[in-house]
Design a protein around this ligand. Structure first.
Ligand SMILES: Nc1ncnc2c1ncn2[C@@H]1O[C@H](COP(=O)(O)OP(=O)(O)OP(=O)(O)O)[C@@H](O)[C@H]1O
Length: 565
């Protein structure tokens, strides 16, 4: 379906409304599949799709879907491992491109894998050589997996994320240690500090327990060359300190699942861990964890690899579900239009961008709905009060027509729409006057009339850019052409009376102001009266000014107002 630039702007604002409700970037692509179309079957197909799927959306899905992230399995070159293969396999192994390949063991790798029995046995496949490339993205996206499980439960379809998560649990232990390794320095520094505080306390207590009597005893033993006793006394404290050190090392070993000997026994106070010992420990731990990580990943992958294509499927289904959820949120209270031939009509349509709009019903052409004073007119002149809602009505009609052609439910209680080839919306340009503006407007209006096809042409006050006399002639002639070509036209005009004389086939509708409310605001019935010329009621504006102004101005407004009464 073709839209002129102002109709396209309305389409864009509708898209924006849906877009801003979509929480996942990947779901935005679905919106592109719903461009307005003039293919009736396609519209019916889209309606069937929404009718089937929108009821599945429940409110709980919003929060769960927000957790979904795409899981990317990227190929990467792992520098920590070497693959040793036979001369004949070298090309194939290199083509995998995931790690260094050689025909003999080389120095400097944490992991040696091999097809010829030098190191851990592997086959020539990425999942055997670098299983972490699959397992790590899954591990890092556990939130997505959990969300998929929840979505599955809500929709009554078991998710493959469930067995994947179950298997990934086997990785928890290694991962915990990996995390500890990241904080190794802090952890050791903390233990070191705690230990030194404890030793300081012990030393202080010990020095207090050395009484004067004991001191004299020591001197005696010393004189007699009885060093053992003295040594025994002092070594008590030394063994207590060593015990403390052992205890701390035991705890660290348990945490890291690795025998740790860090503290120097040479210097007992303050105890110190030499930086090179920490470094050596880190290297050792890293190496061990790498091997463990590799083996566990490989084992897990062997069991879940076949589930990955299904998982990818589920994720793209989740993106689609998020699109549908946003559509459902946007179209709450909307209904599906019926596709008919011969006209466009709706009952109680609500403008999308007016807060608490008064619902409006409208018809152009023939539709299976009866309104008084309506006889299937295809050309309508919309007249009436200033700020009555004429422009807003044209916008509402565009919104309903565009949503229909997108295959969406529409913002009205009941709707009938003929499938169209083109929608034109000519907006009034308030600020541009003069020959240039007139010429441009005339050209685009004529362009809208040239080709054949099923068209709806909406025009907002064409006469504003030329003088009323000429405007009647021009508009009347153009509307005759539109009528002859079978186009639907709704034109806002203050020249309703004059145009009606020229165009017997056209209907004139009117939006009317009913008076002023207690705050002197215009009370307008936004529902146009069919077949009735709408008065523009400037006397109400005059009355408002007379009632709100003071002094000399008030007197003048009063005189003008009296002229109406
Ligand atoms: N159905 C409605 N319900 C509530 N408010 C509405 C409705 N239609 C229009 N309005 C409000 O009325 C005001 C005037 O609307 P609009 O500009 O469409 O009137 P208009 O008849 O085109 O005015 P003008 O004669 O100045 O061109 C706007 O503020 C709009 O939000």
């Amino acid at each position: 379906m073709k839209l002129n630039s102002e109709a396209r702007a309305i389409y864009k604002s509708i898209r924006e409304e849906i877009k801003k409700r979509i929480q996942l970037r990947e779901s935005l692509d679905y919106l592109d599949k719903f461009e307005p179309t003039n293919d009736k079957n396609e519209i019916l197909r889209r309606q069937a799709y929404f009718k089937e799927n929108l009821p599945k959306i429940t409110p709980e899905l919003k929060e769960i879907l927000a957790e979904i992230k795409s899981i990317r399995f990227k190929k990467d070159f792992l520098h920590d491992r070497l693959l040793v293969v036979d001369e004949s396999e070298i090309e194939k192994a290199q083509a995998l491109g995931v790690c260094e390949v050689s025909t003999e063991p080389l120095e400097g790798h944490d992991l040696i894998l091999s097809t010829i029995g030098i190191g851990i046995d592997v086959e020539l496949s990425i999942s055997e050589i670098a299983p972490e490339l699959y397992i790590m993205p899954l591990w890092e996206n556990r939130k997505t997996l959990k969300a998929l499980v929840q979505i599955g439960n809500l929709l009554g379809k078991k998710s493959v994320a469930e067995p994947i998560l179950e298997k990934l649990k086997e990785l928890e232990e290694v991962m915990k240690r990996r995390e500890l390794l990241e904080h190794l320095d802090e952890m050791i520094a903390k233990e070191e500090k705690k230990l030194n505080e404890k030793i300081a306390e012990k030393l202080e207590k010990f020095s207090l327990t050395l009484t004067g009597k004991e001191l004299l005893e020591f001197l005696k033993e010393l004189r007699e060359g009885n060093y053992d006793t003295i040594f025994k006394h002092f070594s008590e404290i030394e063994s207590e300190i060593l015990e403390e050190i052992n205890e701390v090392e035991k705890q660290l070993s348990e945490k890291l699942n690795f025998t740790v000997e860090l503290f120097s026994r040479e210097n007992l106070y303050p105890v110190e861990v030499p930086p090179e010992s920490i470094e050596a420990l880190r290297r050792e731990l890293e190496r061990e964890l790498k091997v463990e990580m590799y083996l566990k990943s490989r084992e897990i992958l062997a069991e879940i690899k076949h589930l990955i294509p299904k998982l990818k499927d589920e994720i793209s289904k989740a993106y689609e579900l998020e699109f549908l959820r946003a559509v459902k949120e946007f179209t709450e209270g909307f209904t599906f239009p019926e596709l008919i031939e011969g006209g466009i009509a709706f009952i109680n349509g609500g403008h999308l961008f007016i807060k608490n709009p008064q619902p409006v019903s409208y018809v152009v052409g023939e539709a299976p709905v009866k309104f008084d004073n309506v006889n299937g007119e295809r050309v309508v002149i919309l007249t009436g009060a200033n700020s009555g809602g004429k422009t807003s009505l044209l916008e509402l009609i565009s919104q309903i027509v565009i949503l229909t052609h997108m295959g969406f439910p529409v913002n009205a209680e009941k709707t009938w729409v003929e499938v169209l080839d083109e929608l034109f919306f000519f907006k009034r340009k308030r600020s541009i006057y003069g020959a240039g503006a007139f010429e441009t407007a005339l050209k685009s209006f004529v362009r809208a009339l040239t080709n054949d096809g099923r068209k709806l042409i909406l025009i907002d006050e064409f006469e504003a850019i030329t003088e009323p006399g000429a405007a009647v002639k021009i508009i009347a002639e153009l509307l005759k052409i539109a009528y002859e070509k079978g186009f639907y036209v709704i034109i806002v005009s203050h020249l309703g009376e004059d145009l009606k004389k020229e165009l017997p086939f056209a209907r004139v509708d009117g939006i009317e102001a009913q008076g002023l409310d207690e705050n002197l605001n215009l009370i307008v019935d936004r529902q146009p009266k069919f077949g009735v010329l709408g008065k523009s009621t400037p006397e109400l504006i005059v009355e408002k000014l007379y009632r709100t102004k003071r002094g000399k101005e008030k007197e003048i407004f009063e005189r003008v107002w009296r002229a109406f009464t």
